[in-house]
Design a binder for this molecule. Structure first.
Ligand code: C2E
Ligand code: CA
Ligand code: CA
Ligand code: CA
Length: 281
């Protein structure tokens, strides 16, 4: 078969080769991007459903390549993880987030509190220096640890060793908040809550987007809401796009929501204007 000549294998090899080249190129571009500060944050507010008040925002990474379009996380987060670069990205976003909060706090006592949520990859939690680096970023920024809420997925504990658990606990002791992201999509979302105390549960968009027409979704949201209530954990529904969804979620007792209905991800200036106003226009 080896002498079969320039058949399928060669074509296959060439394709594989191309793909590996693309991948390497992307990884190198990400590495350079991190070095030259091409990754920037945008902020998506979340609101209390009853009052419409803005409580905080989630920081989402965008990649502004020189001369290029704005690239979305689905184009670079996975590659950053595979290249071992996602910790760098998470740290840069944390630094941005802390600076934003510090400058919000500088406006004086009168400003309302703002919490910023940051996505932290499960891989970042495997870094032995995570605690040192995060603590340093937070403490030299002038923001209070409880202004920060780290969004993790169940993979963080699932794939983590004992050391991961310990890091998470230490961060909580420091006063940092923790949110469980994409809740309900994994197999052990509920079990996770038994192992680790979180401050916030974010109901995944797959449930939010079907809550009107799908009875199962509605039942699941209801279960998550009463679970949150029983454990004293704030529940935030992600990806709310319509008034009807918001109404049903409020009816089910969901406290807070995030999604295009309220606001797309916005710039820092825009976020500050929204926070000054206290609610979305
Ligand atoms: P996620 O944490 O689940 O973030 C929510 C995603 O849903 C965001 O996409 C947001 O723009 C989008 N979204 C918000 N509201 C709506 C809505 O009403 N409808 C719809 N269809 N979508 C909505 P984005 O910004 O593309 O981020 C995608 C994922 O990339 C995030 O999912 C998060 O897992 C990851 N990510 C983003 N920034 C970072 C980061 O700094 N570090 C790490 N490790 N991951 C990040
Ligand atoms: Ca998130
Ligand atoms: Ca999510
Ligand atoms: Ca997600």
């Amino acid at each position: 078969a080896k002498e079969a000549g320039p058949g399928r294998y060669e074509v296959f090899d060439r394709k594989l080769n191309e793909r590996m080249k693309d991948m390497l190129q992307l990884e190198n571009a990400i590495r350079r991007g991190l070095e030259f500060s091409e990754f920037i944050p945008v902020f998506q507010p979340y609101v209390t459903l009853q009052s419409g008040r803005v409580r905080g925002a989630e920081v989402l990474a965008r990649w502004r390549q020189p001369g290029g379009a704005l690239r979305m996380p689905d184009e670079f987060v996975e590659a950053a993880e595979e290249a071992g670069l996602v910790f760098g990205l998470d740290c840069q976003m944390l630094e941005f987030g802390c600076a934003v909060i510090a400058s919000w706090r500088e406006r004086g006592e009168a400003v309302r509190p703002m919490v910023l949520n940051l996505n932290v990859s499960a891989l970042s939690f495997r870094r032995w220096d995570l605690l040192d680096v995060f603590t340093r970023i937070i403490s030299r920024s002038g923001c209070v640890p409880s202004d920060i809420c780290l969004e993790i997925t169940e993979n963080t504990l699932l794939k983590g060793e004992e050391a991961v658990r310990e890091r998470l606990w230490k961060l909580k002791e420091l006063g940092v908040r923790v949110a469980l992201d994409d809740f309900g999509t994994g197999f052990s979302s509920f079990n996770y809550l038994r192992q680790f105390p979180v401050n916030m549960i974010k109901v995944d968009r797959t449930f939010t987007s079907t809550v009107l027409e799908d009875r199962a979704s509605r039942g699941i949201v209801q279960a998550i809401v009463s679970l949150g209530r029983g454990l004293g954990i704030e529940v935030v529904a992600e990806g709310v796009e319509t008034q009807e969804q918001a109404a049903v979620l409020a009816e089910l007792g969901c406290e807070a929501a995030q999604g295009y209905l309220f606001s797309r991800p916005v710039t820092q200036d825009r976020l500050f204007r929204i926070m000054e106003h206290g609610r979305l226009p």
